[in-house]
Design a protein around this ligand. Structure first.
Ligand code: ACO
Length: 333
């Protein structure tokens, strides 16, 4: 999907929630053969948040969603649609979005789950903006929420160091003020040719759960990190080139890049290739790790809270992840 869309849709409110429990690198040193020094040097991550045993994805999502509604000053009953972006739903069905709807009291909404792994929030943002622009909805709550810790193999040092749990949400509304919030450009893509480098192999209709799949640890995420790393750097660089070509935007006019927080080295490589000063890329990976679909909305909420993203600023959101999927969204906040 490629488009220069210029949709007059704004983010009226943002919210984020992360669980209280912190898992830092020294704790991981006790669990697998690794060191704080290795993890920080290769990924930039020092700690990540882990959901409490009683917390499922919908609990994190509902907490973030409520905060976004509060920030927008909107009652839950006025929400028309809840788009829940996640690859770690509460169940195969019902949709986690429906559970969230009920939890927050969005009784007049319809809700559905959207699965595009780490790119999920950008896909959701595009769909939410399109619903509003078409007149089919006025208030759309887009939430990225994940409990990746439940699908992490805590005996696999090459992947367990990366992931954390959390949720971020954005309440979208039509923008009526000229020069106000706008979704300027979206470029999304996907290709399953290399889906095997990042997957949870079992538990779906292809490989149903059995004693054998459990014994073989096939319900946990399998990651070929080096392959994902190379493809991510290449694809994100291409996305920036496409964006420049199609919009004519100059990278120096972008106030802030908010990339999916996958690896500090991936983000730095993309900045170097795009000729962007590193300080213009927002990073919270040190404290959050990779929270997949939740990472961009959590980062946005924190960037706004820290005064790094202000109304009227142009922000570039970039993501790459399982599927494989990828996306770039340019918006005026
Ligand atoms: N501690 C110490 N050593 C380790 C660890 C660890 N935790 N993990 C791996 N190693 C070792 C390996 O065994 C290997 O040793 P060897 O050379 O003796 O064989 C060495 O370190 C190098 O391993 P690589 O895998 O090549 O390390 P790399 O520099 O690529 O870093 C990493 C690995 C951090 C996983 C990186 O490849 C990465 O971040 N990839 C991207 C992951 C990602 O972005 N995922 C996003 C999508 S998630 C989603 O969509 C849900």
């Amino acid at each position: 999907m490629k488009s220069l869309c210029n949709l007059p849709v704004r983010i009226a409110g943002l919210g984020a929630y992360v669980p209280d429990k912190v898992l830092d690198n020294s704790m991981l040193e006790q669990m697998v053969d690794t060191t704080d020094e290795w993890i920080v040097r290769r990924t930039g991550i020092k700690e990540r948040r882990i959901a409490a045993p009683r917390q499922a994805t919908s609990d994190l999502a509902a907490a973030a969603g409520r905060k976004a509604l509060k920030a927008a000053g909107l009652a839950a009953r006025d929400v028309d649609a809840v788009i829940l972006c996640t690859c770690t739903p509460d169940h195969v069905f019902p949709a986690t979005a429906c559970i969230v709807q009920t939890a927050i009291g969005a009784v007049n909404a319809f809700g559905y789950d959207l699965q595009a792994a780490c790119s999920g929030f950008l896909f959701g943002l595009m769909q939410g903006a399109a619903l509003i622009d078409s007149g089919m909805a006025e208030n759309v709550l887009v939430i990225g929420a994940e409990t990746l810790s439940r699908f992490t193999d805590w005996e696999d040092r090459s992947s367990c160091i990366l992931f954390g749990d959390g949720a971020g949400a954005a309440l979208l509304q039509k923008e009526s003020a000229p020069g106000g919030g706008e979704v300027v450009f979206c470029e999304m893509g996907g290709d399953a040719a290399r889906a095997d480098i990042l997957e949870v192999p079992a538990g779906g209709s292809r490989l149903v759960a059995s004693e054998e799949t459990v014994r073989q640890r096939r319900h946990y995420m399998q990651l070929q990190g080096r392959e994902v790393f190379k493809l991510a750097v290449g694809k994100l660089g291409e996305l920036v080139d496409t964006l420049e070509e199609k919009t004519g935007v100059d990278m120096k006019d972008i106030s802030l890049i908010i990339p999916h927080q996958s690896n500090e080295r991936i983000i730095r490589s993309v900045c170097d290739r795009a000729g962007l000063p590193q300080e213009r890329a927002y990073m919270n990976i040190e404290r959050m790790g990779n929270t997949s679909a939740a990472s961009i909305p959590i980062a946005m909420e924190q960037a706004v809270g820290e005064g790094k993203l202000k109304r009227g600023d142009i922000a570039l959101l970039l993501a790459f992840g399982g599927g494989l999927t990828w996306g770039a969204t340019l918006l005026r906040y």
